[in-house]
Design a protein around this ligand. Structure first.
Ligand SMILES: Cc1ncc(COP(=O)(O)O)c(C=O)c1O
Length: 451
């Protein structure tokens, strides 16, 4: 590896980063993270911080999961790659499909389709949803419904059901036939309704209205995150997802739960759907399936959907979709080791306890710092603070202020993430109580820097 002067001089010069302005990043260079252990990351200058981002909502096991590293090395030595396009497969992928069935059986999932990440998993689910209806002869069911503020990755399908303007506007026109209903976001919504239960009812009515307007027979699927992550950790009322499930059922619309963040324990349950007592028709997973150690994902398919495909005709039920790296043996081996570690450490239980600690801590910070307009979380290790210029008008804080909070928190010992005017946190599920205290103290320092 070149020396640190070389790396700093060339930082963001020849590399365009996702979700950033390529010119701005040449001026405000990204932090160079050099190493990590446990839940702590170390930058190129040797500054150590607790990683309250968990990589990117994904490093659930922390950075020192030896069994996963060994599984990757072992699989690389044995079989680094082979195609899974129909006609060949590999041992790790077969075993993983069995494991996932056990894991997500309580959610009604029966089959897995492997991908290279969350956007691929979403794309796969959207495509399979359309194909499901075509196999059944309902050729008109092609549209998708989703939530404003939802995040479903950046492929054209995912971006089209995405509910955040900034991920859409520069790439329009997107897929036709995608329609959005209001987010279960009590702090800001078109109804001016702050009560989460009443808001859930209002959104259910808006959903019914949209279905009536579009015609149920034109809608393939509704996609939602059980807890909306990148949109600002928006936690719906407990009645919300069951209400959506009931509406989908009544209108023959498939429900896709986007569990790319919420799958594998982050909410305090093994899936976000289980957290709310809902069985979706399709589930999308990625991130924590390999704890971010290898790019990998899985779209999971319920018995109901699987039966239609498996008994369908050869022309309409053949899956003419997939990726070179679908069922990658190294990814599958990493996932198998990850699932075993996740289960062994019972990470969902720590996620629930540490999530409550973090949420109670940021609730106290809200009392102390007027810039904190709203805090959200309390359902596992997904927590957000929404920063405002004026609490009375709820005007969002400007980007420079949010960046100052971020930098001051970093200097004080915690890496947090910016998402618009939100500070987002999703530490590894292995995080300790002391590390959560460090994050809270660093955030306090960050907020004090702009107060
Ligand atoms: C809910 C959800 N869906 C899909 C994606 C896209 O995943 P990826 O970035 O791996 O393509 C993300 C990424 O953060 C996500 O949070």
């Amino acid at each position: 590896m070149k020396d640190s002067n070389f790396l700093k001089e060339n930082n963001a010069r020849h590399l365009w980063h996702p979700m950033g302005h390529p010119g701005d990043l040449q001026v405000h260079a990204p932090k160079i993270i050099s190493s990590a252990e446990g839940a702590t990351i170390t930058d190129i200058d040797g500054h150590r911080t607790v990683d309250a981002v968990g990589g990117l909502w994904c490093v659930n096991l922390g950075y020192s999961a030896e069994p996963v590293k060994q599984a990757i090395a072992g699989q690389l030595a044995k079989l680094p790659y082979y195609s899974a396009f129909a006609g060949s497969t590999n041992e790790a992928a077969i075993e993983l499909s069995f494991e996932l069935r056990e894991w997500f059986g309580p959610d009604g999932m029966a089959r897995a389709f492997f991908t290279s990440g969350g956007s691929d998993s979403v794309e796969t689910a959207l495509r399979l949803a359309r194909q499901y209806h075509k196999i059944r002869g309902a050729h008109g069911r092609t549209k998708f419904l989703s939530l404003k503020k939802g995040y479903h990755g950046t492929h054209f399908g995912g971006a089209s059901v995405n509910g955040n303007n900034r991920f859409r506007i520069n790439y329009e026109p997107l897929l036709p036939g995608c329609f959005h209903i209001p987010a279960p976001y009590p702090y800001r919504n078109p109804f001016g309704e702050e009560d989460p239960a009443r808001l859930a009812q209002l959104i259910a009515a808006a959903m019914e209205d949209e279905i009536a307007f579009q015609g149920a027979e034109t809608i393939a699927a509704f996609i939602m995150e059980p807890v909306l992550g990148a949109g600002g950790v928006i936690v719906p009322h407990e009645s919300f997802m069951p209400l959506m499930r009931e509406i989908c059922d009544r209108h023959g619309i498939l429900m896709i739960a986007d569990e790319v963040i919420t799958g594998f324990g982050r909410t305090g349950d093994w899936s976000g759907s289980r957290h709310w007592g809902v069985k979706p028709d399709l589930m999308t997973t990625a991130k924590a399936i390999t704890s971010g150690y290898f790019p990998f994902g899985a779209t999971l398919i319920s018995e109901k959907v699987a039966e239609v495909f498996e008994t369908g005709g050869i022309t309409e039920a053949t899956i003419s979709h997939g990726y070179t790296y679908s069922a990658h043996p190294v990814g599958a081996a990493a996932a198998l080791a990850c699932l075993a570690e996740t289960k062994r450490l019972d990470l969902k239980t720590n996620a629930a306890a540490r999530g409550t600690q973090l949420f109670e801590g940021v609730t106290r910070l809200k009392e102390k710092h007027a810039i904190v307009g709203d805090v959200r979380g309390g359902h596992g290790l997904m927590t957000a603070l929404e920063l405002v210029a004026d609490p009375a008008t709820r005007t969002p804080a400007d980007a420079a202020t949010v960046a100052r909070v971020h930098q001051a928190a970093y200097e004080a010992g915690a890496m947090v993430r910016i998402g618009g005017q939100n500070i987002l946190m999703s530490p590894p599920l292995t995080v300790t109580a002391e590390e959560i205290d460090t994050v809270l103290a660093a955030l306090d320092a960050g907020l004090a820097a702009v107060s």
